[in-house]
Design a protein around this ligand. Sequence first.
Ligand SMILES: [Zn+2]
Length: 312
Amino acid sequence: MRRARVALRRRWRRRTAPTATVIAPPALVAIGAAGVLGLGGLGWMARQLIASATGAEGSPSLLEILQEVRQAPMAPASGRRQAPPPPQGHVWRSPLRPSCAPAPAALRQRLENRLAVLQNNPQRVQIDPSNFGSRFDHDAFGNPVDPTPKVVVLHETVYGIGSALNTFVTPHPNDDDQVSYHTLIGGDGAVINTVDPSQRAFGAGNSAFNGLWVITNPKVSGSVNNFALHLSLETPLDGEDDGPGHSGYSSAQYDAMAVVLTDWMRRFDFPPQNITTHRYVDLGGERADPRSFDWRALEVRLAALGMLCPSR
Ligand SMILES: [Zn+2]
């Protein structure tokens, strides 16, 4: 997160404004003006801009659910080479506790309503193709790998959501500059999809989850991107710095996050224990996001949606 912020500052200084299109049914809303924002007024102006472009929110329409294919053993076969394994002994311990207790009716109804909106009224932003790619079914060494999404990596934007979108719609020919998340959640709870879950977002660099990564480029180390879904929360205004924390995320953001995660877990059939953070998967020890994250706020909402009951 911190290094990315520095990189973003440099890009804003040298690049011209891109043109973005928000597909917001029923209207197409241009937000290219976000690109003309300088560093100075970027914070609230970008927020205002995206706020005006977002109303209803939702998930992508029907996805082609990827077939459940178990990952083949990594033993080298003819014409293949053994892929270097990620560092071991780095086990994720989810803060989410199992719960089958009945949820307060009002909370459950509120979240169920949001889930229906999410699924019926998707909000998408078309980003530049240089910032995402296809999921691979073989690694760079010819070994079959399972491209089915099975891990969610949580992030925060540090700057306003308009700043992140401006970066994503900007063409980035250099690998080091390419970045994206599947979904962004604004401070007001707006859900904005930028990369379809069937595609590979570039949300993490050198990274692994419970001893698993996929090397798709033999010149660089492995990453979780091939099997990850990346979800980023808009950072509050008092978090636009290098500090260790900020005032936290809004109740509307936790509501929206819970329904996005529920939608993904149901579609791709992975457990809530596979919801993790950029801080955890990052192997460089340089990413700290999302800061000031309240796992209990997420837990109570996932429980209300029945997602933390092991027998679901
Ligand atoms: Zn991150």
